[in-house]
Design a binder for this molecule. Structure first.
Ligand code: PBG
Ligand code: ZN
Length: 305
């Protein structure tokens, strides 16, 4: 297979950076590390993002309504559906909207799948149906890219088929490959409050299982993923440089909430220069072979470059 390392985009440009936006009804504490933003303040924030020459965002929903299946995720008038429609009507093609597809913020368990009550295990196939339904719903609302993150087997293929069957051949899939990690806690605390200690080790991949990560990335690519995203970032730079030579699509990397929180903790204690570190660190991700970086620090850095 041809190498796509030539796609390196150094030095770092604003267009390589993607900002995660957590949408919710209650904005909560502004001093917290991750901000939840409501519809009311979204347009202003997006205008700032466009002014910074950034052209992509990824939206995560934190709904007020929860039930055992997470059905609010595929409600036609749900929080993300409304948000996407709103963005598309205000900004149309200027902003590419990526929608996170999962149910852990929407259900009662905090797990990324449907739980089978007979054996208390995640039911892979039931989960595929639900995720395909959610991805279609976001696509119908106008999402340019859907980003499934539940790590179920066959997820990309199932979503691809459902989108194609409904006439959305042109819409893209950004698949997530997640290492099992304690670094998601700040996000979980923000998104589902009391469920921060959910054990997802049966479907997220252990850090010692390098070959399984590579296999999962290659499988997602073969199932039709347009962008492969790896998270967390700092423990996986080697994986980026390995996978970039094995597939012919864009690689993205997510600098997750816990990584950002560590950085903030050090900065708040006056121990490091945050922008200097981030610019150097993001550049190393590009050198490893990533084309896009998702980070809560994306806007701060875009403002400096
Ligand atoms: C799960 C999901 C996770 C994050 C967003 N969606 C990981 C998890 O809970 O296991 C974490 C993102 C972050 O930490 O920034 N679908
Ligand atoms: Zn999830």
């Amino acid at each position: 297979m041809t190498s796509n390392k030539t796609r390196f985009d150094l030095p770092l440009k604003a267009r390589s950076l993607i900002t995660p936006i957590i949408i919710g009804k209650n904005e909560g504490d502004r001093s917290s590390i991750l901000h939840v933003i409501s519809h009311r303040n979204l347009t202003e924030r997006l205008e700032k993002i466009l002014d910074l020459q950034m052209d992509k965002i990824i939206v995560f929903g934190t709904p007020n309504v929860h039930d055992s299946t997470g059905s609010e995720a595929w409600n036609k008038r749900g929080i993300i559906q409304n948000t996407i429609k709103n963005i598309k009507s205000n900004f149309d093609k200027k902003l590419e909207v990526i929608a996170d597809v999962c149910i852990c913020q929407y259900n009662l368990s905090g797990h990324c799948g449907i739980i089978n009550h007979q054996d208390n295990q995640i039911d892979n196939d039931k989960t595929l149906k639900v995720m395909s339904k959610i991805a279609l719903s976001y696509t119908e609302s106008g999402a340019d890219i859907v980003a499934p993150s539940s790590m179920m087997d066959g997820l990309v293929l199932s979503i691809r088929n459902n989108l194609n069957d409904n006439g959305f051949i042109d819409r893209k899939i950004m698949s997530f490959s997640k290492q099992h990690s304690c670094l998601y806690s700040p996000f979980r605390l923000t998104a589902f409050k009391k469920f921060s200690k959910v054990d997802k080790s049966t479907y997220q991949i252990g850090c010692s299982n390098h070959r399984e990560m590579l296999r999962k990335l290659e499988l997602d690519y073969r199932e039709g993923a347009d962008i492969l995203t790896i998270k967390p970032s700092m423990s996986n730079l080697d994986l980026i440089s390995e996978i970039v030579d094995r597939v012919n699509c864009r690689i993205a990397v997510q600098h997750v909430s816990g990584e950002f929180a560590m950085l903030k903790a050090a900065t708040r204690n006056g121990l490091i220069e945050e922008p200097e570190w981030l610019i150097g660190y993001f550049s190393s991700m590009l050198r490893a072979g990533a084309s896009n970086i998702i980070s809560y620090g994306a806007e701060d850095i875009a403002a400096l470059i």
